[in-house]
Write a protein that binds this ligand. Sequence first.
Ligand code: UD1
Ligand code: UDP
Length: 359
Amino acid sequence: MKILTILGARPQFIKAGSVSREIAKHKNIEEIIVHTGQHYDANMSDIFFEEMKIPKPHYFLGIGGKSHGAMTGQMIEKIEEVALKENPDWIMVYGDTNSTLAGAIVASKLHIKLAHIEAGLRSFNMKMPEEVNRILTDRVSTILFCPTDSAIENLQKEGYDNLDCKVVKSGDVMQDGAIFYKKLTVKPSIIQNSKLNIQNYILCTIHRAENTDDETRLKSIFEALDEISKEKQVILPLHPRTKKIIENLKLNIQNLTIIDPVGYLEMVWLIDNCDLVMTDSGGLQKEAYFFEKQCITLRDETEWVELVACGANSLVGADKEKILKAYRNHSKFNIENSTLDLYGGGKASEKIIEYLLEY
Ligand code: UD1
Ligand code: UDP
């Protein structure tokens, strides 16, 4: 069986790390990796391939830093060329980025079977590029590997029971990675080499377009973080997108501990040792839960609704006062063990590959 895997952005490398490790156990599967180039800085891309021992991409398309249309269009053209040459049995895509959508469109036009990992998630906010990407990708997928029960329910409500595709509850491949890499974490070199006091800190990330591309929201978030950081250290590995916008807007970030984006092994250390997570990331909301940390989510909606339901995640949006209130009132992580298998318990990659082999 030949699988053409399409990767392009940081969370996809992290997810693919676990699945590629599983694929490597099977001599009868050949994985050809295409890196679209959507993320291209060394600490947004290469580091994950090295740390997670993902095979070097067979194809690097070099399509990053462009508008949505230009990026997605150029990716479609180049992925199609690769797919025609390689003639895979499957195209495999992850999540909801422009690279995901481009891979999905190529598969559907060339009648190649499409496996979508992390299918069925919905924020119900069609202004988010991710929501559009995941809905379109789901609709043309042959197998939709869903991480959660709520993802399955979303698809049922959209009528997927009546469509010519398979909806499978696989669990979440990010939990596979969190469990595997917990043993291999590394204290960030920026902390080891400096005199930063990092005893009690909040780990924060901000990069989603709905925050970075809305000046009012971004200002409000950073005003709240500035206020909080007067009481408690806030460590913020800064996404290059947010960095550029903060510089343009000249936002006050002096009280925050800003560091460059870190690799996954360092990130897992930062999560495991923090007191609280504040983020607009999709992946980090779950990782907070995997490492038993409370999470304040700086978005108006989340795809990971089960975390809000069980009390691990507070959804507060971008309003300064609401963020401050959530920070002041947050409790310690206190979730019953019974809910800790919400995401499949680390067996998702195994299930996905087994399913593909039997299909
Ligand atoms: C993308 C995904 C988002 C995901 C995020 C993960 C889409 C529509 N969005 O958003 O869902 O949460 O990746 O991090 O696919 N840049 C660099 N160096 C890099 C990468 C990006 O400087 O290595 C800068 C460039 O200015 C680029 C901008 O960040 O134009 C945005 O990058 P892009 O890939 O378009 O979107 P993300 O915000 O990273
Ligand atoms: N991450 C990382 N280094 C960082 C910031 C994030 O390794 O400096 C990891 C994070 O732990 C998670 C993934 O990147 O596994 C999430 O990606 P991101 O927040 O970029 O995207 P999203 O999940 O929102 O799509």
